[in-house]
Design a protein around this ligand. Structure first.
Ligand code: SF4
Length: 92
């Protein structure tokens, strides 16, 4: 007897984004979709995780990436000690 198949879990960032957008208004969703296209693919999943609103740490990391043009080495070299997130930035 065949075992029932497990449903496939999608890894497509665009599909994952659409699931998260249920929590936003139509206008916000459109803004997020437009912005999402500008994010490097390697950072898109983390951005989606931040949009879920369940991890402040992820939100800080994503904000720092965004601040520094999505470049980890730039975040590591951040010298903006006046920034409220400075002590919480990743890669310090
Ligand atoms: S800590 Fe640095 S990288 Fe992070 S948001 Fe502030 S200025 Fe940008």
């Amino acid at each position: 007897m065949d075992k029932p198949r497990k449903p496939r879990v999608t890894t497509d960032p665009n599909i994952l984004l659409e699931k998260v957008l249920d929590n936003f208004t139509l206008f916000q969703s459109d803004m997020i979709r437009m912005y999402f296209k500008t994010i490097p693919p390697s950072k898109q999943r983390r951005y989606i995780k931040a949009l879920k609103g369940k991890s402040l740490a992820t939100a800080v990391v994503v904000h720092c990436y965004e601040c520094m043009g999505w470049k980890a080495e730039e975040v590591e070299g951040c010298t903006s000690c006046a920034c409220p997130l400075f002590l919480y930035r990743p890669y310090k």
